[in-house]
Ligand binder design. Sequence first.
Ligand code: ZN
Length: 188
Amino acid sequence: MVDLAGRPLTPCSPEKAAQNLRDGLATLSADGILRLNYRPLAHRRIYKQVQKRDGWLCAWCGGPGTTLDHVIPICWGGETALENCVIACRACNHSRNNALPSTFVKWTGFRPRHPVIRGILADEPAALRRAEQALSEKPLSACLSREEAQVWVAFHSDTVERVRPNPPEAPMTRFKPESRPFREYFVP
Ligand SMILES: [Zn+2]
């Protein structure tokens, strides 16, 4: 398996390869090389840039954080970019799941001070429109993760509802803002 630039990636199972081909996320050449149509290696670069900017602090609760969180979720067209990503702890990232930032703030009572989150919260409908616009204009090769590529394919084949479940009504996991047990570092 290689990326768009031909750089080798970790080999994947035949099942996963078949799934990638079925989903239109990869092409198979005659010599058996599976070429991904998106750029997973760039994802790591963005993660490092966001980490450098935000440190190891969760932008939502202020606790220790190590995961890359898309403020406008990927399924809403949110991009893996500095303007849409913050560092979050696993509790915040996982409990928010696909909920929009305004919903998460309502659930938790958090008042995030991170400029990326504040900027998006200031006019969330506009941020959603911008995200959808970007999704409709960018090529598949600009997607930086499998999830992003799947959303791209669904959006461009008018089946975006398949990857955009109704936003959850409550946090995915039981949310306990007072407990911060997520100290072991997790690198995606
Ligand atoms: Zn957090």
